[in-house]
Design a protein around this ligand. Structure first.
Ligand code: DC
Length: 220
């Protein structure tokens, strides 16, 4: 069993940016579980699968993760879909379909297997509560919806088809609502997770805060 670090929090809180840096600095594998839900959403969209057929049909989706130089790539069969899953449509479809229990059950085993075999920093919505309830360290990383929308807007504003700030904020609030209010494995802070609010912190400050928490809890 490897050392397991769980980082949960709402969309746009900076989980993946922070987790990538922390895992590189501490020598862990970084696992972005949102990419798994996004890949299933892509599979459902591309194959026009109706909700009632999802439990049967997702068994045919060969989703796998590969790691090279600490970077995660996600595959559907042998097709690398790492870039394709990063659209606003797939974000919303992943948020919607991730409430379907059959999808969560299907991805549970994939996530557990990786964490058994490696030292991982895994980010998502239910890692500390459901996937790795025994994780050595649990962080709940958050920021206000306005600050998260602001960051996303800055990140996207270099692209020609950038949505407006208001639209980004609306999407974030809608995804928060979906993720926090689904009956199965909703987004919530585990009782033993440490809350980190990044609203007024720089990226480096968030990284340092989290490394400190990890070192304290793992006795390094
Ligand atoms: O982290 P992300 O934005 O890439 O995740 C996309 C969606 O997947 C998110 O809206 C909710 C879902 N998700 C989930 O339900 N559980 C996880 N552990 C990770 C993501």
């Amino acid at each position: 069993m490897g050392i397991n670090i769980a980082i949960d929090g709402p969309a746009g809180a900076g989980k993946s940016t922070v987790a990538k840096i922390v895992s590189a600095e501490l020598g862990y594998i970084y696992v972005d579980t949102g990419a798994l839900y996004r890949t299933i959403a892509l599979y459902i969209t591309e194959n026009n699968i109706s909700d009632e057929n999802i439990p049967m049909e997702i068994k045919k989706a060969a989703v796998s993760l590969k790691f090279a130089d600490g970077t995660q790539r996600v595959f559907l069969s042998d097709r690398d879909v790492t870039g394709l899953i990063r659209t606003p449509e797939i974000s919303m479809e992943a948020s919607r379909t991730s409430a379907i229990p059959a999808i969560r059950e299907y991805l549970f085993g994939t996530q557990q297997k990786i964490s058994r075999e490696n030292n991982v920093i895994m980010d998502g919505r239910d890692i500390g509560t459901v996937v790795l309830p025994e994780a050595d360290v649990k962080i709940f990383l958050t920021a206000t919806p306005e600050e998260r929308a602001n960051r996303r807007y800055k990140e996207l504003s270099e692209k020609s088809d950038c949505p407006g700030y208001e639209e980004i904020l609306r999407d974030i609030i809608e995804r928060d609502y979906n993720d926090m209010n689904r009956p199965v494995a909703p987004l919530k802070q585990a009782h033993d997770a440490v809350l980190v609010d990044s609203t007024n912190l720089t990226l480096r400050e968030v990284v340092d805060t989290i490394i400190k928490i990890i070192n304290q809890k793992t006795g390094r």
